[in-house]
Write a protein that binds this ligand. Structure first.
Ligand code: B12
Ligand code: SF4
Ligand code: SF4
Length: 225
């Protein structure tokens, strides 16, 4: 078992690399501020884990050939992350498990990421093409270097994401979930966003190289509906 913060991070990175899941930052909490861990003490560090672009899609696709149950991506992530949590004595959190944990707040704390008009946090390199698959909470500090990145939307003059949604669900103030869902269920939506992904997300010029592969786009759209 790893001892010392940098050995722990190295072990996590090493164990999850074959699954295409990466270290996505470490959020640090003041004493008493973090969520409660198994055993009752509050977290001092939260190691965020997730995909960068289509990084997990090859491993997930292979795994899925032998899985016919519900929530495949969540199950795949849990199978990868849970044994690691046990080995490291960490508490595992997953983004889709109720009660929803504030993954986006943790990511903002870890790397200074901020939300795009779509509600998704934007990364200056990966754009809107990244997500979180889990997090490991520890009752001690892990002194990872913080990347603290800039906010791409501030420098984006034309904001094409705001112009490309066919039902104007994406606005500077809010994301209109009902309008989006209504469109996705319509014939037009089934022939457009459901096949090629969210048009507003696709219109963003940041991180275009990290765009999800077509099957992954469709998978997430099906899940959204
Ligand atoms: C519920 C939920 C939704 C709901 C509603 C969101 C809402 N109004 O709050 C719906 C179903 C609409 C949704 C949609 C999507 N979601 Co969502 N969603 C969540 C979930 C499970 C819980 C959010 C929450 O309430 N958290 C609890 C609060 C306490 O945490 P928080 O960090 O403070 O929450 C922040 C969000 O609520 C955010 N927020 C507020 N309004 C909206 C609206 C949208 C659309 C989003 C994405 C976020 C958002 O602001 C809060 C403050 O920072 C999170 C996972 C998680 N555990 O956070 C994913 C999550 C936020 N979603 C995510 C994604 C990627 C999407 C989709 C792109 C799905 C897809 N198709 O791929 C879409 C976006 C719409 C689009 N057209 O592209 C990612 C975002 C990753 C990132 N880079 O930031 C998360 C983190 C899941 C993950 N596994 O990574 N989502
Ligand atoms: S198009 Fe511009 S404003 Fe919209 S998400 Fe991308 S960078 Fe941000
Ligand atoms: S999925 Fe389609 S309808 Fe929904 S916000 Fe994106 S562009 Fe608009």
């Amino acid at each position: 078992m790893a001892s010392g913060p940098s050995a722990i991070l190295a072990e996590i990175a090493e164990a999850l690399r074959p699954c295409g899941i990466y270290l996505r930052g470490v959020a640090a909490f003041a004493p008493g501020e973090g969520p409660l861990l198994v055993g009752g003490s509050p977290a001092r560090s939260m190691v965020l884990l997730g995909n960068i672009g289509g990084s997990l899609w090859p491993a997930f696709s292979r795994w899925r050939r032998n899985y016919g149950g519900p929530d495949p991506l969540d199950t795949f992530s849990k199978e990868a992350i849970r044994p690691l949590a046990e080995r490291l004595g960490a508490t595992a959190f997953f983004p889709s498990d109720p009660p929803w944990q504030p993954f986006q707040q943790w990511a903002m704390k870890a790397d200074g990421l901020r939300p795009s008009p779509l509600g998704i946090l934007i990364h200056p390199r990966y754009g809107l093409w990244h997500g979180y698959r889990g997090a490991l909470g520890f009752p001690f500090e892990i002194g990872a270097e913080h990347e603290h990145v800039g906010h791409a939307c501030d420098a984006c003059r034309d904001k094409p994401c705001l112009a490309h949604c066919p039902v104007n669900a994406v606005t500077p103030d809010r994301f209109d979930i009902a309008a989006c869902r209504g469109y996705l269920k319509s014939e037009a939506g089934r022939a457009s966003c459901m096949v090629t992904g969210c048009a507003a997300r696709n219109a963003c010029p940041v991180g275009a190289d990290f765009r999800y592969p077509p099957e992954q786009l469709r998978f997430h759209m099906d899940a959204l509906l």
